[in-house]
Design a protein around this ligand. Structure first.
Ligand code: HAM
Length: 489
């Protein structure tokens, strides 16, 4: 009888130190897909970006807001819209033991509007300008630049319908990206009209797509029933060809929307922000009205249609008189050569959402506009130049203790250094001088302070200059000042 091969399963004695990758097969202790541990420099890149973006927002008059990570499901089903990718397939939904249906926030605009209404912020001077940042959650297919837990920095301007707010929002996003080193930026912009002119546009669009229904894929046929606008940003190659000839939103704008849009473009010109009118840009969230925009990098036709843009603006002016028979915006747009923009990962996106408050049963209108930067994409960009976070304290001193007495004193000494604003590194759990000194060398820390048995009894510390290798014994009560002086030399 052949001998049965016996296998002994190796059980690691140190599961946490053997690495998550190895454990993946045996247990399920790895981080969830599409989510990450953010450590070391990457952590500081995020922190530095949030600090810089917050600072810019504060200079422009924004104030911070933090909404909960969990919101009631209705905030997104009503706010973002039933027939959006986010609500149809990307929400992390939680049923609590108490029976509440909560969702891990997939975006920040609906929660901010919820907070504005809930706290009666209409009683404050308008517009209310808020900024926020943090993690957001979408159960999408993870790929480069797309995570299930990702980080956004957002601004919202609530309580104004003036187009200067749209322009300021775009300008601010653009500025934040520029200040982070991103150079080849292009603003893609469109206007999808308001509740009075959009239905006419959607009707025309639907008729157009019905004529081409044979060429539409399954998803787009479904969208024809639920949300025809979304077909415009279809990823299906065949649909994209059809989209090239699809009716354009700007050709269907009512007078007020036309004027609003041409004003936004004029402000962008005044700020010298290059943009491209993208007729297929509708954005994947249902709450938008009028202005929608995205900021992308590289390859986008930055100054593609200066004459057309001039005509759009001229058209807006004419419309005030209300005498133009043809649609001048559409006429101007005919001159734009690039009609279909290849899909690329947007660094930021946003737009106006004048009807969102009504979706939350608000009796009052809250016209608003806002935008969000995808921080992960900024940080992963090859052009990204990090900002050093204010909190980073590069250790200037390595603290070494030798013996039980010195260990006892060590926490007191660390606190003295903190009060003197001297950041340190140490290895309190280690005992040997050689091990501790080697770490100090490795970290290239300029000064070392040493407390041994003798120093703890004498009430002194040894201060050693790692550069010159000279050292001095100083009373504990004076060593912080001594160190500061040495550091200034
Ligand atoms: P959004 O276009 O869904 O808009 O997201 C804004 C930005 O967040 C995107 O341009 C992208 O950079 C980043 N982003 C989105 N999903 C992911 C993901 N799965 N992984 C990594 N980055 C991602 C909004 O969220 C709206 N709330 C923007 C807004 C504010 N509209 C008005 N106010």
């Amino acid at each position: 009888m052949p001998q049965k091969k016996t296998t002994t399963k190796k059980v690691s004695k140190k599961p946490l130190e053997t690495g998550v990758a190895k454990k993946k097969k045996e247990g399920n202790f790895a981080h969830p897909r599409g989510m990450r541990d953010i450590t070391n420099d990457t952590f500081y890149h995020y922190q530095g970006f949030f600090e810089k973006a917050s600072e810019i927002a504060v200079y422009y008059g924004f104030r911070p807001i933090e909404t909960p990570i969990l919101e009631r499901e209705e905030v997104f089903t009503s706010g973002v819209g039933e027939h959006t990718d986010i609500v149809e397939k990307e929400m992390y939904s939680i049923k609590t033991k108490g029976g509440d249906a909560l969702v891990m926030r997939p975006e920040g605009t609906a929660p901010v509007m919820r907070a504005y209404l809930e706290h009666g912020m209409h009683t404050q001077p308008q517009p209310v300008m808020l900024y926020y940042y943090g993690p957001f959650f979408r159960h999408d297919r993870p790929q480069g630049g797309r995570y299930r837990q990702f980080y956004q920095f957002g601004i919202e301007v609530l309580g104004t319908s003036h187009n200067i707010a749209d322009a300021m929002t775009i300008g601010l996003m653009h500025r934040m990206l520029l200040e982070s080193g991103l150079k080849h930026l292009s603003v893609l912009i469109n206007s999808i009209g308001c509740k009075s002119c959009r239905p006419g546009y959607v009707r025309d669009l639907t008729t157009y797509y019905r004529r081409h229904i044979q060429k539409l894929g399954l998803i787009d046929r479904e969208r024809l029933k639920t949300n025809p606008l979304r077909i415009l940003d279809s990823k299906d190659e065949a649909t994209r060809e059809i989209n090239a000839e699809a009716p354009e939103a700007v050709a269907h704008l009512c007078e007020a929307c036309k004027e609003h849009f041409s004003g936004v473009l004029e402000y962008l010109d005044a700020m010298q922000i290059p943009y491209h009118i993208d007729h297929t840009l509708v954005r994947g969230l249902d709450y938008y009205t009028r202005t929608v925009f995205e900021i992308v990098t590289d390859g986008a036709p930055v100054n593609a249609q200066p004459e057309a843009v001039a005509e759009v603006k001229e058209a807006g002016k004419n419309e005030e008189g209300g005498t133009t028979e043809e649609n001048p915006v559409a006429k101007a747009e005919e001159k734009v050569e690039e009609k279909v923009v290849a899909p690329r990962l947007a660094l930021a996106g946003g737009g106006r959402y004048d009807d969102l408050a009504k979706r939350f049963n608000s009796k009052r209108d809250v016209p608003a506009v806002g935008a969000t930067i995808g921080v992960d994409r900024v940080i992963e960009s090859s052009e990204f130049s990090p900002h050093s976070p204010r909190i980073i304290k590069k250790p200037k001193v390595y603290f070494i203790q030798l013996g039980a007495e010195a260990k006892l004193k060590s926490l007191e000494v660390i606190e003295m250094l903190r009060k003197a604003h001297i950041p340190i590194a140490h290895a309190l759990s280690k005992d040997k001088l050689s091990v501790q000194l080697a770490t100090a060398e490795k970290l290239s820390i300029p000064f070392v302070i040493i407390i041994g048995q003798k120093e703890s009894v004498d009430g002194t510390v040894i201060v050693r200059d790692m550069g010159s290798r000279s050292q001095e014994t100083v009373p504990t009560s004076k060593f912080a000042d001594y160190l500061k002086k040495k550091m200034r030399e």
